[in-house]
Design a protein around this ligand. Structure first.
Ligand SMILES: Nc1ncnc2c1ncn2[C@@H]1O[C@H](COP(=O)(O)OP(=O)(O)O)[C@@H](O)[C@H]1O
Ligand SMILES: [Mg+2]
Length: 218
């Protein structure tokens, strides 16, 4: 059953076609990697699914709902209830600790729960960094806090834009193992990556070029 369906989706910025009539279907529980050169539309695709950008035309179905017909309030609710985001910029709140950053996500979803937030940090190997501020964490640790935060509300769809882009090999392994685990627990995962080894962990790889889905090496 497809959980996500793009039909002729375009996103146009001035004279740039960031996405050009994309058709795409993703099944529930699928793990899809998205690859393509810089500027090919990967982030635009992810931000449309993440309800942060609206397409210029076409329709986007998520879980049986046409996102293009929802007002911004409804989109906020979809994002909160269904989607976990790990994006390129960390977007951690710099005056809150790692633990509090995770708890903020719980707050907007339902209710903060310190025990659960600590468990989420433990899942990414950061239980002993809970009281640290982002400035006291390495880039890899900050990225892992973002992953913990994105998982805290058990999103059915996880969107990750280069989640291992800033990470060394050890941290990359931690994140990829975690994604594998989530995938085996039934999460649908869409992950942008430049790393062929990371992409190979997914069940399917989609290649973007100039806003279009292409065959590899075409
Ligand atoms: N907010 C924006 N305003 C204008 N142009 C944009 C905007 N976002 C993206 N673009 C353009 O759309 C194209 C695709 O960008 P993006 O989706 O970020 O690519 P990628 O993530 O593959 O590097 C690029 O040419 C980029 O400059
Ligand atoms: Mg990008």
């Amino acid at each position: 059953m497809s959980v996500l369906e793009f039909k002729k989706v375009s996103k146009i910025y001035g004279d740039v076609k960031a996405l050009d009539k994309i058709n795409l279907s993703v099944n529930a529980g699928e793990w899809v990697a998205i690859m393509g050169p810089s500027g090919s539309g990967k982030t635009t695709l992810m931000s449309i699914i993440g309800c942060m950008t609206r397409p210029s035309c076409g329709t986007v179905w998520l879980d049986g709902q046409d996102l293009t017909k929802q007002n911004s309030r409804a989109l906020t609710i979809v994002r909160r209830d269904k989607i976990g985001l790990v994006f390129q910029e960390f977007h951690l709140i710099n005056y809150l600790t790692a633990l509090e950053n995770v708890m903020v996500a719980q707050y907007y979803h339902s209710m903060p729960n310190e025990t659960e937030a600590l468990q989420a940090l433990a899942r990414v190997g950061l239980e002993d960094r809970a009281k640290h501020l982002p400035s006291q964490l390495s880039g890899g640790e900050q990225q892992r806090v973002c992953v913990a935060r994105s998982l805290i509300n058990y999103p059915s769809l996880l969107l990750a834009d280069e989640p291992t882009g800033n990470l060394d090999e050890t941290n990359e392994k931690i994140i990829i193992n975690l994604f594998s685990q989530l995938h085996s627990e039934g999460s649908t995962i869409l992950m942008v990556t430049h790393d062929p080894e990371v992409a190979a962990q997914a069940q399917r790889i989609i290649y973007l070029e100039h806003g279009k889905i292409v065959e590899p090496n075409a």
